[in-house]
Write a protein that binds this ligand. Structure first.
Ligand code: HEM
Length: 541
């Protein structure tokens, strides 16, 4: 009789007043002691001192004092909803993952949309990337697809993430500004990081001021792997395509909406679901093998690159429907914990160095944010399948292994608890690994401008104008002219007309183009290794 599921909170056993249907229910303390007077604290005389004996006052104040938990270090402002994912096209040839194999199967989901840079109390229409985090409660454990509404990222290596976030969020001496208007630190950092400029172009586009959470796309960003029953690996990129279409507002609308209704996006989502107008997204996959990956003019492990849909088409395989608002914003939306490392058997990681950092970071931060190692016991985080292991205790533990043995292997037979399962259990793909152990960045990650240019040129002329206007507006807030110049010097490597427009808008002369990385992708391996060892400037070829 080991625990089979954490889905039902256990250990309390009693009805709580929040759920009673009796309108005349008696208010109690947390200990269940009935309350006779909730208006006055216990004092010695009507105008005398308050007594330490007043357990009712102490409990109420102590609990209030501890209402806040740390907000998320990024993506602090968000809103969530429940839904269901239905598979319409089986990927059983590519993966053993049950959630992607059985057509018609419905999987319970929870989604949290968010902005990235603002605090929990910031406004919804900031020019910012949107988080699109999906938890699928599959029959083989939770699968978290923790994505954004932009298919690429600012940095290639997780070791730069704290720098990126420090540069984006409030400045340390003054505590402002956030994402609403540009500021020196973000542009200083971006101008020193050529790899950021593909994402900067998306960030300055209309994508970052969406009309609604219902009208954004979602992207898993990284290349993942699917593993089939023969152990064969296929690379995959995940996409969410909104059935509501892709819609944005324009900047002056965003500014007005922020002033009039900072909760615009969360209200919009809530009201749509509440009125039965359930938003839907199709899940798409780009599937490709190693040979295709090898033929790409960039590295599929580089999170600053997307795979053009013309080259590898998106295959739609299922539909997500959000159909239920949360009952308790704190319990569900605030306490939900996503982690890129949560994947069921049949889904695995590529060697994207950003993904590997994320796999560590989410669990680490949640240990602090949610107060210890048992946050999977919180109903929104609890798998909906049997959970059987030998971990125990810790703060707020709701379920411990039952019976005699809390270790394995053990020889207690059926009483000894669960056993490992080599057939069904998660197995990492046995990828070959080679090369020197060193702090290296592959030269295949070096082309920072081609896809930035591709994105800009893919925009409609009106969208290109919005993008140029956004750059002028944001860079005009930067106080240091050398930072402005360095930013425009990158634009010269992306599109000369755009660079000229922005320089003109800022009233400055065109700077020299930023020094582009050398196109060394087709060099012999010996040259590449020499560059890796001695730095790009050492190469005279
Ligand atoms: C939170 C997406 C890169 C660390 C989030 C959330 C999303 C997200 C959607 C909000 C989750 C929620 O709603 O609770 C992404 C994407 C990335 C990326 C798409 C790049 C492709 C990174 C990197 C790191 C990181 C590189 C660290 C190395 C975090 C942390 C949180 C977070 C610490 C807060 C989690 C929590 O408190 O529960 N990210 N992120 N992210 N992300 Fe990322």
């Amino acid at each position: 009789d080991l625990p089979t599921s954490y889905a039902e909170p256990q250990g309390n056993g009693g009805e709580t007043h929040q759920t009673t249907s009796d309108p005349a229910a008696t208010m109690t303390s947390q200990q269940g002691i009935p309350i006779s007077d909730g208006q006055n604290s216990l004092r010695a005389g009507p105008r005398g001192p308050t007594l330490l004996e007043d357990f009712q006052l102490r409990e109420k104040i102590f609990h209030f004092d501890h209402e806040r938990i740390p907000e998320r270090v990024v993506h602090a402002r968000g809103t969530g909803a429940h839904g269901v994912f239905e598979l319409t096209d089986s990927l059983a040839d590519y993966t053993t993952a049950d959630v992607l194999s059985r057509v018609g199967q419905q999987t319970e989901t929870f989604v949290r949309f968010s902005t990235v840079a603002g605090r929990a109390g910031s406004f919804d229409l900031a020019r910012d990337v949107r988080g699109f985090a999906v938890k699928l409660y599959t029959a083989e454990g939770n699968w978290d697809l923790v994505g954004n509404n932009i298919p690429v990222f600012f940095i290639q290596d997780a070791i730069k993430f704290p720098d990126l976030v420090h540069a984006v969020k409030e400045e340390p001496d003054r505590g402002f500004p956030q994402a609403q208007s540009a500021h020196d630190n973000f542009w200083d950092f971006a101008s020193l990081m050529p790899e950021a400029w593909h994402m900067v172009m998306w960030q300055m586009s209309d994508r970052t001021i969406p009309r609604s959470y219902r009208t954004i796309e979602g992207f898993g960003v990284h290349t993942f792997r699917l593993i089939n029953a023969e152990g064969k690996s296929t690379f995959v990129k995940f996409h969410w395509k909104p059935r509501q279409g892709l819609q944005s507002v324009v900047w002056n609308e965003a500014v007005k909406i922020n002033g009039a209704d900072p909760d615009f996006h969360r209200r919009d989502l809530w009201e749509a679901i509440d009125s039965g107008d359930f938003p839907q997204w199709d899940l798409g996959v780009q599937l490709f093998d190693q040979a295709t990956a090898d033929g790409l003019p960039f590295d599929h492990l580089d999170a600053t690159k997307l795979i053009p849909e013309e080259d590898v088409p998106v295959r739609l395989i299922g539909t997500l429907t959000l159909n239920r608002n949360v009952d308790n914003f704190f319990a569900e939306t605030e306490q939900v914990a996503f982690c890129t490392a949560n994947v069921p058997p049949g889904i695995d990681f590529s060697d994207d160095p950003l993904l590997h950092g994320r796999n560590f970071s989410y669990l680490d931060t949640q240990l602090k944010r949610l107060g210890g190692p048992n946050f999977t016991h919180i109903p929104v985080n609890a798998p909906r399948c049997p959970v059987m292991h030998f971990q125990q205790d810790g703060h707020m533990a709701m379920v411990n292994p039952k019976g005699r043995a809390n270790y394995e292997p053990n020889s207690w037979g059926p009483e000894g608890g669960p056993r490992e399962n080599p057939e069904l259990g998660f197995k990492s793909f046995a990828a070959d690994v080679e090369g020197p152990k060193a702090r290296l960045r592959s030269e295949t990650f070096a082309d920072h401008y081609s896809q930035a240019r591709m994105f800009y040129l893919s925009q409609h002329p009106i969208e290109q104008k919005h993008l140029g206007d956004a750059l002028v507006f944001e860079l005009s807030k930067v106080t240091r002219v050398d930072i402005r110049a360095r930013a425009v010097s990158h634009l010269r490597n992306i599109d000369e007309d755009l660079a000229a427009t922005v320089a003109n808008g800022l009233g400055m002369a065109l700077p020299d183009p930023a020094k582009a990385a050398k196109p060394t992708l087709d060099l012999p391996t010996s040259d590449k290794l020499s560059i890796l060892a001695n730095g790009p400037d050492s190469f005279k070829g």
